[in-house]
Design a protein around this ligand. Structure first.
Ligand SMILES: *[C@@H]1O[C@H](CO)[C@@H](O)[C@H](O)[C@H]1NC(C)=O
Ligand SMILES: *[C@@H]1O[C@H](CO)[C@@H](O)[C@H](O)[C@H]1NC(C)=O
Ligand SMILES: *[C@@H]1O[C@H](CO)[C@@H](O)[C@H](O)[C@H]1NC(C)=O
Ligand SMILES: *[C@@H]1O[C@H](CO)[C@@H](O)[C@H](O)[C@H]1NC(C)=O
Ligand SMILES: *[C@@H]1O[C@H](CO)[C@@H](O)[C@H](O)[C@H]1NC(C)=O
Ligand SMILES: *[C@@H]1O[C@H](CO)[C@@H](O)[C@H](O)[C@H]1NC(C)=O
Ligand SMILES: *[C@@H]1O[C@H](CO)[C@@H](O)[C@H](O)[C@H]1NC(C)=O
Ligand SMILES: *[C@@H]1O[C@H](CO)[C@@H](O)[C@H](O)[C@H]1NC(C)=O
Ligand SMILES: *[C@@H]1O[C@H](CO)[C@@H](O)[C@H](O)[C@H]1NC(C)=O
Ligand SMILES: *[C@@H]1O[C@H](CO)[C@@H](O)[C@H](O)[C@H]1NC(C)=O
Ligand SMILES: *[C@@H]1O[C@H](CO)[C@@H](O)[C@H](O)[C@H]1NC(C)=O
Ligand SMILES: *[C@@H]1O[C@H](CO)[C@@H](O)[C@H](O)[C@H]1NC(C)=O
Length: 652
């Protein structure tokens, strides 16, 4: 309706004023033939001179040179999208229809005269035509669509001036079109093939792109080695090939790519040693090689890459004494991840001079030594993971780290294996750790009671004290910690009752007066779930959980437990709880895990538990329960082991 009206209006006004300056009738008719294929909000194309239409630019002769309609809610009729209207726009150089809802297959990509075509962020699909029609084309952006099939090697046959070609986030398959460098006279400076289904080996040919600066092809099914000729493209500034299946070594010749600023090859199967002459790459900012099978030592010359901001060598097989590396020239270094390797030696003192450091992860190595007070000179430090290494003197470590003002994430679990340490570290009255949100001190040999200083940590959301020797009872103040949503006290010597106060934890109840995450909880480094391999980028995605398992807790499970309505996991296994299972547990509608096994609970399993729809793990074995198992697909589908060891329970 709306388009029809505009069309009539325009034809009418052109009759009234026959001398249209600028815009020719052929050109406006071509443009209108495009508009009638759309079924979307109408454009302001009412003037009788099409040069004044929204999104149109003409040259001095009144010929249309630009058609720019990004983010206009454009949507086409039918199953295909035609660009045939471009034929008569003989001076159109720039077409930008990005961020619309154009969909279906496309009959042609551009026209003879185009220099820039941007169809990104639409819903276009089907295979690309065999050839790009324009000989003047410089920029092609087809990213974020649903295109499929291979990109024919003839596609670039006549596009000798192409500089930028982006097709990321589609479903293209087949091999990467390295012909793009062979066929054109290689003006190409940017290629982005990432997030597709390209397969086969990374073919040679790209090295012939003598002006190539950015090469991205990560998140594909590419395999094979990085071809030697790649290192001939000495103009390269960025190589991004993460999440493929590349194998083989990173050649020493990489050192010849002296303008390289980003080398991103994480999550491949690369092996061998690191290139010895890395130090020549004085512009290198990001070196991301995590999740490969690299071995040997870190070449000392890497410490000459003074522009480095992020160095990630985690999850490889690297070795050597890292205290011999001199990090002191890396003044820009903001993130360092060396986790899950075989590094030895003490925490490198020279790291303390990298004043820009925000995140350090050295966990799971064979390191030793102590935290030194100089760590406080790292004023931006917010993420520190030293889990699973062999540190000593946790008391000293905590008394230093409490002064680290920006620290939000501290993981020391399984690191102080041979010490018996007081849990309070002599920190009764203190105002440290004011930004701490994540504290993992599992398996740190802690003795004494749950320390009172924790009650000062208003931002603490995650607390893990599993596998220590903590005694005493669960303090009632724990239930007042305003940010706490994940509490693990598994395998300690804690006695007494389940305190009612714990049932008021603001982050776990529907009382949301204060219980909000005050930001996105973004983590400097993602956490990896050891079991599923899933990666977690924000604290927000950690489950809301309480684990009091394997302690000496006794008494009843309080009815108030029903207030913890946001709780996902509840483990009370291997304690001495008695009395009935409170029916109020059925109020915990988000519960996925409920483990009450190995206690002295009696009575029947409340029928209301049948309403817990998300329950995926349920265990009440080895109690004194009786009566029938409530009828629900969830509970009935569990294996008998979930109920065994209850003599009076009627298991059908
Ligand atoms: C394009 O121009 C040709 C003549 O050169 C004409 O036959 C055709 O109708 C025009 N197409 C449009 C959409 O105006
Ligand atoms: C439509 O565009 C013309 C210029 O061609 C302008 O004067 C007019 O205000 C615009 N109308 C609206 C509703 O934006
Ligand atoms: C197309 O328009 C969008 C939105 O204005 C812009 O971000 C993009 O850079 C343009 N594309 C080209 C190739 O200029
Ligand atoms: C390619 O670019 C060069 C230099 O900018 C220019 O002279 C030439 O006309 C262009 N070729 C085409 C086919 O547009
Ligand atoms: C990638 O290859 C693997 C096997 O080599 C296959 O299972 C997987 O589906 C492929 N992925 C895509 C996106 O084609
Ligand atoms: C690439 O994938 C296609 C199917 O999508 C398959 O036919 C072809 O064999 C694969 N090529 C390689 C080298 O794996
Ligand atoms: C790299 O370039 C050199 C000299 O330009 C050439 O001799 C060599 O063959 C090229 N290597 C590859 C693998 O293309
Ligand atoms: C490196 O970059 C500089 C500055 O952008 C440039 O002048 C130089 O030609 C580049 N070197 C190579 C080998 O491309
Ligand atoms: C760098 O290239 C030069 C010639 O271009 C070559 O002689 C040298 O061996 C190369 N260096 C490395 C480390 O590959
Ligand atoms: C680091 O650079 C300095 C001077 O720039 C040089 O003397 C030294 O040999 C380099 N070290 C390594 C290990 O390459
Ligand atoms: C731990 O460090 C503190 C402070 O440096 C020191 O007083 C204490 O003796 C150390 N403890 C052990 C067990 O080495
Ligand atoms: C909600 O929490 C606030 C702060 O802890 C408390 O004062 C208030 O009584 C609670 N409201 C309910 C209904 O529990």
């Amino acid at each position: 309706m709306a388009q029809g009206f505009i069309l009539i209006l325009i034809l009418f006004s052109s009759i009234l004023s026959p001398q249209v300056h600028g815009c020719s009738k052929t050109e406006s008719a071509s443009l209108l033939s495009f508009v009638v294929t759309l079924s979307s909000p109408s454009l302001n194309w009412t003037s009788n001179n099409c040069c004044y239409w929204e999104g149109i630019t003409c040259n001095l002769d009144g010929l249309v040179t630009h058609l720019r309609l990004p983010s206009k809610g454009l949507k086409n009729h039918g199953d295909s999208f035609s660009l045939s209207f471009l034929k008569n726009l003989t001076h159109l150089a720039h077409l930008n229809l990005s961020h619309n809802s154009l969909y279906g297959s496309v009959d042609q990509i551009g026209s003879l005269f185009l220099e820039v075509i941007d169809l990104s962020n639409n819903l276009l699909s089907g295979e690309l035509p065999h050839v790009l029609p324009s000989t003047s084309i410089k920029v092609v952006d087809l990213s974020h669509n649903h295109f499929t099939g291979p990109i024919s090697s003839s596609f670039f046959r006549q596009s000798r001036n192409l500089t930028s070609f982006r097709v990321s986030n589609n479903a293209f398959s087949g091999s990467l079109p390295s012909s793009i460098c062979r066929r054109s006279s290689s003006m190409i400076s940017l290629l982005d093939f990432s997030f597709n289904e390209f397969n086969g080996s990374l073919s040679s040919g790209f090295g012939q792109c003598s002006k190539l600066e950015v090469f991205r092809a990560g998140h594909n099914n590419l395999s094979g080695m990085i071809p030697e000729d790649f290192y001939n493209a000495t103009t390269l500034e960025e190589i991004a090939l993460p999440l493929c299946s590349l194998y083989g070594v990173i050649s020493d010749r990489v050192a010849n790519l002296t303008n390289l600023s980003i080398l991103n090859l994480y999550f491949n199967q690369l092996s061998g040693v690191l290139p010895f002459h890395f130090g020549k790459l004085s512009k290198l900012k990001l070196l991301l090689l995590h999740f490969n099978s690299l071995e040997g030592t870190v070449p000392p010359s890497l410490m000459n890459c003074t522009s480095l901001t992020e160095l990630n060598l985690g999850f490889n097989r690297l070795e050597g004494d890292i205290s011999t590396l001199n990090f002191s020239k890396l003044g820009q270094l903001s993130k360092l991840d060396l986790a899950n390797n075989h590094f030895t030696g003490p925490f490198p003192m020279s790291l303390y001079s990298c004043k820009s450091l925000k995140g350090i992860r050295l966990s799971r190595n064979d390191l030793d030594g102590q935290i030194q007070p100089q760590i406080l000179s790292l004023k931006s430090l917010s993420f520190l993971s030293l889990a699973n290494i062999r540190l000593t003197n946790i008391t000293k470590a905590m008394n230093i780290l409490k002064h680290s003002k920006r620290l939000t994430f501290l993981s020391l679990g399984f690191s102080f294996l041979d010490e018996e340490s007081p849990a309070d570290f002599g920190m009764a009255n203190f105002s440290g750790f004011q930004n701490l949100r994540f504290l993992d001190m599992a398996n740190c040999g802690l003795t004494g009671q749950i320390p009172v200083w924790l009650s000062n940590l208003k931002k603490l959301g995650y607390l893990n004290l599993n596998f220590n020797m903590i005694t005493g009872s669960i303090p009632s103040w724990l239930g007042t910690l305003p940010s706490l949503f994940h509490l693990q006290l598994y395998s300690n010597l804690i006695m007494g009752q389940f305190p009612e106060e714990l049932c008021r934890l603001p982050m776990l109840t529907l009382n949301q007066t204060i219980a909000k995450f005050d930001d996105d909880g973004y983590l400097t480094f993602p956490l990896y779930d050891g079991e599923t391999g899933n990666q977690l980028n924000s604290l927000r995605y950690l489950p809301r959980a309480i684990d009091l398992g394997r302690n000496n807790l006794s008494g009843i499970i309080p009815n108030e437990i029903g207030q913890l309505q946001l709780l996902r996991d509840l483990y009370l296994t291997s304690n001495d709880f008695s009395g009935n299972i409170p029916g109020q547990i059925s109020h915990l509608k988000n519960l996925e895990i409920l483990d009450l096994s190995m206690n002295r609970l009696s009575g029947e399993i409340p029928g209301s538990l049948a309403s817990l729809n998300f329950l995926s793990y349920f265990n009440v074995s080895y109690n004194n329960l009786e009566g029938p198992i409530p009828k629900s697909t969830q509970l009935q589908s569990l294996s008998a082991t979930a109920f065994e060891g209850n003599l009076e329970l009627i298991v059908k």
